[in-house]
Design a protein around this ligand. Structure first.
Ligand SMILES: [Zn+2]
Length: 259
């Protein structure tokens, strides 16, 4: 009987030790740092970091682009911080954003190797990238950027009114955009047709400029766990003030942020 009581006592110690081990380990896990890529919180609009810095051609429409983005953000669908300060592009600062937008950027912007890694990691870990117009006339010497935006600008053979066509009307970015519409723009062509590696949402109607061929103008891509969108329109201030363009940008911000 006495032996049995000792055995029971040791059994109790063993159980207590196991319980304590679980209690300690679960306590420890609650103090671990939160994951880098927070899931989007319901109800909060996407936080956009908009870059309009240029190291080459500078578009007159940049002030309008920034005003229009601020006005659209005032509706509450998203928030935007427009900047030309390249130093904001680092791992710590990017944690405060859901989408990075290169709008009317140009040339070889002097990002450091660490900043380049930070941007690629930001997108591939589950965030969004949006490029507008001359975002494809930017960072030719950084091939990872070329993959991020989808193509590099070649030339703009047509600055005129022409017809564009929505190719995937079922895509959320095409919601509320006419299937075909005419717009005055500076229409881009690219060094390589991006169609084989991207999902084309909008293209130029070649007949409307008297040409023949395939000219994608807007597309989406998946980059790791992240999303990338590019739209070649946006040369003129009038385009930024055009509801058909604004609708695409607002939807693209929602889509690229995973909302
Ligand atoms: Zn332009």
């Amino acid at each position: 009987m006495i032996l049995c009581a000792f055995e029971s006592l040791w059994g109790l110690f063993a159980i207590a030790a196991i319980v304590l081990t679980f209690a300690c380990s679960s306590g420890r896990s609650t103090t671990e740092p939160a994951p880098v890529a927070d899931p989007p919180a319901g109800g909060r609009g996407a936080r956009v970091l908009m870059l309009t810095a240029t190291a080459g051609f500078r578009h007159d429409s940049i002030p309008t682009a920034r005003q229009v983005m601020a006005a659209m953000a005032a509706s509450g669908a998203f928030s935007v911080n427009a900047t030309e300060d390249l130093s904001l592009f680092n791992t710590d600062t990017l944690r405060n954003y859901d989408v990075v937008m290169f709008a009317l950027t140009s040339g070889e912007l002097p990002f450091s190797a660490a900043q380049k890694s930070a941007l690629v990691d930001f997108v591939s870990s589950g965030h969004g990238f949006i490029g507008i117009h001359s975002a494809t006339d930017t960072l030719y010497e950084w091939p990872d950027y070329g993959r991020l935006v989808g193509a590099y600008f070649k030339e703009h053979p047509w600055t005129q009114e022409a017809a564009v066509r929505i190719e995937d009307a079922a895509h959320p970015i095409a919601a509320g955009v006419p299937a075909s519409f005419r717009v005055l723009e500076e229409f881009y062509t690219f060094r390589q047709n991006p169609r084989p590696s991207v999902h084309v949402l909008m293209s130029l109607d070649p007949a409307s400029v008297g040409a023949d061929g395939d000219f994608p103008l807007a597309w989406t891509q998946t980059i790791g766990r992240g999303r990338s969108y590019y739209n070649a329109l946006g040369h003129f201030s009038e385009t930024w003030n055009d509801a058909r363009f604004q609708n695409q940008i607002a939807s693209a911000i929602r889509w690229a942020s995973g909302r």
